[in-house]
Ligand binder design. Structure first.
Ligand SMILES: [Fe+2]
Ligand SMILES: [Fe+2]
Length: 187
């Protein structure tokens, strides 16, 4: 059952909210991506860690729960689902490379920027093509959303880059610090 702090979401809204959160973080990164001052390296590292973790959880719930359910409901859309899974594999490859290198290396920042472009393309295909078809399919998106939220909470538990499944003070404090750094970049 949904708690007050974390209202129930249908499957598509849950995924769209994840997309928005990650997009905001990639946009924040752009503000100081090319700044090589040590002062910003730690923040870049933290942002990269959070985004990579967010993306790993997101792709896992899509691959374990959402995509199989869509395949079943929309058997004619196999090609769309195959393409999405190939794109996930490409993103995971980049994530693995980013996770084993440091934000102080400009190549890591370049990889992260490319990952952002890659995710942007993938998200557009999901939101503009796949999700409208899913919404029209008559699938029980509330039930699916509840299952995905439970799995998401389980995956986020015990991960250093997340605090609790509902609300995310750590993320809020990261945004506050980015704002502070952003102000000093502009000065
Ligand atoms: Fe996806
Ligand atoms: Fe997605």
């Amino acid at each position: 059952m949904a708690s007050k702090s974390h209202p129930a979401q249908d499957a598509v809204s849950l995924l769209e909210e994840d997309h928005k959160r990650v997009k905001d973080l990639f946009n924040e990164f752009k503000k100081f991506a090319e700044t090589e001052d040590n002062e910003y390296v730690e923040l870049k590292q933290e942002l990269m860690n959070v985004v990579c973790d967010e993306l790993k959880v997101h792709t896992t719930i899509e691959e374990e729960i959402f995509y199989p359910a869509v395949r079943k409901a929309l058997p004619d859309e196999a090609a769309l689902l195959n393409e999405a899974e190939v794109e996930h594999a490409g993103a995971k490859d980049l994530i693995a490379q980013i996770e084993t290198s440091k934000a102080s290396d400009p190549m890591t920042c370049a990889k992260f920027t490319v990952l952002g472009e890659y995710i942007d393309h993938h998200v557009k295909e999901e939101e503009n093509d796949m999700f409208p078809k899913v919404r029209k399919s008559g699938m029980d998106l509330d039930k699916l959303g509840a299952k995905m939220a439970a799995r998401q909470a389980e995956l986020k538990k015990d991960r250093p880059n997340f605090d609790s499944p509902s609300g995310n003070p750590m993320m809020l404090s990261l945004f506050d610090r980015i704002r502070d750094v952003g102000l000093s970049v502009m000065r």
